[in-house]
Design a protein. Structure first.
Length: 129
């Protein structure tokens, strides 16, 4: 039975680590209406599959990491403050924050090869700033 290890509980699905190679990773770049720039990147950290070898239609789990960098000149920065609290991050509008529109964006695909025949593509898409 593929995806299950011998002696495992029925219904308990085992995921196998699937090695991959990076073809291309790039930054998504957002020029904001206030003149600042935001750069972000999604990186594939781990790929797991319920079956090996990997094939179309197989259950796959991706582990990713997102890196975000704000390019803000010193003369545009606000006063130093405290590190954002979880409630400020989850609901910034209710904690004095405001939404900024994106004037221009570039959101390239990151590409990875799995077993040299299968291509995995990831794209970071910004919802709000």
């Amino acid at each position: 039975m593929q995806g299950h290890e011998k002696g495992s509980s029925p219904g308990f699905l085992v995921y196998y680590v699937v090695p991959f190679n990076i073809v291309h990773e790039d930054w998504s770049v957002y020029s904001l209406e206030d003149g600042n720039t935001l750069r972000a990147r999604v990186i594939l950290v781990s790929l797991r599959s319920s079956e090996v070898p990997l094939k179309k239609g197989v259950d796959v789990k991706l582990e990713t990491q997102i890196i975000v960098k704000a390019d803000v000149p010193p003369n545009r920065r606000g006063p130093p403050g405290h590190q954002a609290l979880p409630e400020e991050v989850s609901d910034p509008i209710d904690h004095g924050g405001f939404e900024i529109s994106v004037a221009q964006s570039s959101e390239p695909w990151n590409e990875y090869y799995v077993e040299s025949k299968i291509k995995v593509k990831l794209k970071l898409v910004l919802n709000k700033v």
